[in-house]
Design a protein around this ligand. Sequence first.
Ligand code: KPL
Length: 303
Amino acid sequence: MKIAMIGAGAMGSLFGSLLAEAGKSVTLLDIRKDHVDAINTHGLTVEKGGQQKTVRISATTDAETIGPVDLALVFVKSTHTDDAAQTAARLSGSTGLVLTLQNGMGNADTLANALDPGRVIAGTTSHGATFLGPGAIRHAGEGETVIGPWTPTAMDKAESVADFFNQAGIVTRAVPDVHALLWAKLFINIGINAITALTGIKNGQILDLGSTRALAREAVNEAMAVARARGIAIQGDPVEKVYQVADATGPNRSSMGQDVDQGRATEINAINGFIVRMAREAGIPVPVNQTLTTLIETLQAHY
Ligand code: KPL
């Protein structure tokens, strides 16, 4: 199976390295020439638990050099999904599958508009990664990857990708209701990302103060009200889940925190901003998400 990673930041490089280490044929595609050059010259350096290893993997800035692939993984920031969807459509031809494990909402829809929706698979992953510099990432945490078909008829395709990932040592499960899964991940990002990005704290520090716990809870409660209005099945207690993930990823900066630290555009519009838009349509007040969105937008505008 030939694979392309569209977007080789921290997470794209991590998944690419896991697949390459398992002997799979994978090419990283990224716009950062310094990152691509470093990987092609020295290999990708992956740091994990204080140990470093080098993974040999090919990388390019030019999608045209990759040729048709059986599986394209989209790992760009959600601000770049439109372009990535066009690239995914070209690379996957008429039969290849396209998988998004990106944060936020709207990514799978964008892919499904650019290519046959029956070939789109979406999901979430609990792996964590940090971009350290050109050619270097840190594997910051391990966990399950859960994927599902964007259209109900494509369950067998999601299962085949899950089997393929499991063979490569990436623990993966296929589920039929990917929409509920993406909302469950959205609640986590709603409770952690903007708060950590705005305050400079690490994920686990949300739990240190009653005030940040309450802020995360209020943001998630608003998002749950929007989800209910849209008929989304909510499993378990999303606020408790936010606290668990904040604890489990305690020493990490959230991806939005890393974006703000580096002066990069954040995924606010696919996370808290998404809730604000959906809430407006449903006539539900979401003052906490509105404020978090406005503050992140302000920060970005003044980098
Ligand atoms: O997905 C994440 C992110 O940072 O975007 C969490 C789960 C919050 C881990 O940092």
